[in-house]
Design a protein around this ligand. Sequence first.
Ligand SMILES: [Zn+2]
Length: 327
Amino acid sequence: MKEVRSQESGARSHSDEWLLSTEYFLVKLYCRAVQSVEFTTSLALGMVAFPIALAAPVSALQVRVTPANPQLGDTLSVVVQLDNPAGSKASLPSSPTLAFGQKTYPTFLIAPNQFRAFLPTTPLDKAGTKLLRVTSDAQVQNLSVLVRNHSFPMQRITLPPGKSGLDATEYEMSRVATFKQLETPEKFWNGPFLKPNQGAITTIYGVRRAYNGVLAKDYYHRGIDYAGAEGSPVIAPAAGRVALVGRVSQGFRLHGNCVGIDHGQGVTSIFMHLSRINVKEGDFVQAGQVIGAVGSTGAATGPHLHWGLYVQGKSVDPVPWRNHKFN
Ligand SMILES: [Zn+2]
C-alpha cells in the first residue's frame, strides 16, 4: 500500500465511532439427527436470542456471531459450540468449517467442543446480507448475516501526468504475502490490543483514494497511521511471534524497514516505515514490548508508523481490536 502522508490531512480519527457491542446474537438450532434439515435464520438488527425447537434435540450446533451489528471493516467472530458432538465421547470432534460469501475459513479450538473463526470484512466488500454456512460432521447450518455499509473518507489526489507511486518489489510482495497467510493454530494474544505508538492518529483505516478524480478501485488504507516522532518507540500491540523482518537493504522499497507479528489463528500485524528494528524473526514478543522505532523508510514522505492488522490475509479495522476483547 502506498503512503502519502502529506495528502492525508482530510482524514480524522473515528476511534470513538466504533460502537462497542457486547450484545450477543445467540442462535440455537436443534437438528434432528435422522433428518438432514437445514435452517436459514436471519440475524436482523434488534433480534434477540431465539431457540427454535422443531423436534426433540438429538444433537445441536450453537453458533454465535459478533458483533451484533457489523459494518464493513469489522472482524466477525463466529463461535461454534458442539453440544453433543457426533461419535463416541472418546473421539475428538473435528473442526467445523465455515463458508462465508465465496470463501471458506478454518475454525480453531478455543475451549472443549468450542471452535471459533474470524471472518474479515473490508471496504472493498459489498454491504448486505451474506450467507454463513457452518458445517460440522453431518450437520449443516445456514445463517444470514447483515453487514452494514460504512462510508469511508476519500482522499483526492492530483498526480502530474505520467507520475505514479513507488512500486513494491516482487521480493517484498512475496515475503509479505506469505506472512499474511499464516494460520498458526495457537492463539498468542490476550485482551484488547494496545496502541503501538503514542503519536496522534493521522490516517484512519479504510480511507479510499481518487487519483485525478478516478477512484482507485482496489485501494483502501490498510491500517492506521500514527504520527509518532522519528525514533519514538513502536510496541507490539499484542503478543506473538515475529514472523517477518524486512529491510530496505533487502528490497523492501514500499514497506521500508518493517516487522510482522503473527498473533496466531490467522491474525497478523505489520509495522512499516521503521527507522530501527529491535527484534529478529522467530522472537516471541509480549504485548507492550518495543519492537522498533518510528521512521520514514520506504514509501513515506515523513516519519510515521503504519500499523496494518490482518485477519485471514485481509486488512481489517484495528479499532475494534483495540477496544474489544477478541479473546
Ligand atoms: Zn498508512
